[in-house]
Design a protein around this ligand. Structure first.
Ligand SMILES: [Fe+2]
Length: 347
């Protein structure tokens, strides 16, 4: 569905104001051939209208020959910025980078933020951006959940489908995604609405049973047949089930990388304007699937790298799996019960 330029412009204004963009600050807009033209043009207009200076850093496409998927999250770490000192210098000299390309999990992203530059990723289609434009209430909800997760030393996830897994916590920082960047050196993703962290290295233990209707990326589809993942010492050690298990085994095997099987970020969705059913309404090549990652009450876990938070796993294979109907407990206290936020259950 077409989005009016003015609507997306106004959404950018809201995001930039929530991100405390001030007159005279410098904004770099990072683009590549996959950048949505309307997202770019309205970002430039909104940034200029708030009195900031704008530099567009347009980089060539990379990774096409290495990745099996057209989804940019399917092959991470190495980007068009890798080794490009001129572009990195421009981004580091900026107060704010609008990433309309997708730098996720790249060391260059860390380098840019260390100097205080903020980075906001925005690659979902305009229809999704305007529906899920972030608010202060989103930030409040995410920070409240993060306060619970920050103190926890273990997360246990269970489900009627057979999931029963324990993740010892405490070694890694949190990911608090609420969709705008209001602090120096912060990274965020518009749209968002979830919290996550990474389990301590080599400690996650148990079983995750992906049920019909759970979602996996980069396929961006609903799982059709249950998959049983055995987790030992932080790694998936066996993948059992029918057709979808075969898909997963085959795809992960193509990376020929033992670190692809590590448990990566784990957390839960908080965004009430994101919905489980939306993924089925979009052309899968048009969306990253943020509704799936953020819908309230999901349990989102992933496989692959943890270098984003200082770990040593830099696998290029990254698979996000939002699950329904799970119960998530922190140190024995439930925060999600059978796929519903406990705060909602208590209202
Ligand atoms: Fe992820």
């Amino acid at each position: 569905m077409a989005v009016a330029d003015m609507e997306l412009f106004n959404a950018w204004i809201q995001v930039l104001q929530l991100s405390n963009l001030k007159q005279g600050q410098s904004v770099s807009i990072l683009t590549d051939p996959g950048t949505h033209p309307q997202t770019l043009s309205t970002a430039i207009a909104a940034t200029l209208s708030l009195g900031a200076t704008v530099t567009r850093v347009d980089l060539p496409a990379v990774n096409a020959a290495r990745s099996l998927s057209r989804d940019k999250t399917a092959y991470v770490g190495s980007t068009a910025l890798t080794g490009n000192r001129a572009a990195i210098a421009a981004l580091k000299a900026s107060d704010l980078v609008l990433d309309l390309m997708l730098l996720l999990f790249s060391p260059e992203q860390d380098e840019i933020m260390k100097g205080g530059t903020k980075i906001l990723l925005a690659v979902e289609p305009p229809e999704v951006l305007v529906r899920l434009v972030p608010t202060l209430e989103d930030r409040r909800d995410v920070l409240a959940a993060a306060a619970l997760l920050e103190q926890a030393r273990s997360m246990r996830v269970t489900s009627a489908a057979g999931t029963n897994v324990e993740f010892p916590l405490g070694a890694y920082p949190l990911l608090k995604e609420y969709g705008f960047v209001d602090e120096p050196g912060k990274w965020d993703h518009w749209p968002s609405g979830f919290v996550a962290t990474w389990p301590n290295d080599h400690t996650a233990q148990g079983k995750i049973v992906l049920d019909c209707g759970d979602i996996w990326t980069p396929w961006k589809e609903y799982i059709r047949s249950p998959i049983e993942l055995t987790i030992e010492k932080g790694y998936v050690t066996s993948i059992d089930g029918g057709l979808d298990a075969e898909f997963l085994k085959d795809y992960m095997g193509t990376f020929n990388d033992p670190d692809a099987y590590a448990i990566s970020h784990i957390g839960w969705g908080l965004q009430k304007r994101a919905h489980w059913s939306v993924l089925g309404l979009f052309d899968k090549e048009a969306t990253l699937g943020m509704d799936a990652r953020a819908f309230a009450g999901n349990f989102l876990f992933s496989l692959g790298p943890n270098n984003e938070v200082g770990g040593s796993n830099n696998s290029p294979c990254h698979i996000d799996i939002p699950m329904r109907n799970c119960t998530v407990a922190l140190d024995g206290v439930e925060v999600v019960r059978k796929g519903k936020l406990c705060e909602e259950l208590n209202q």
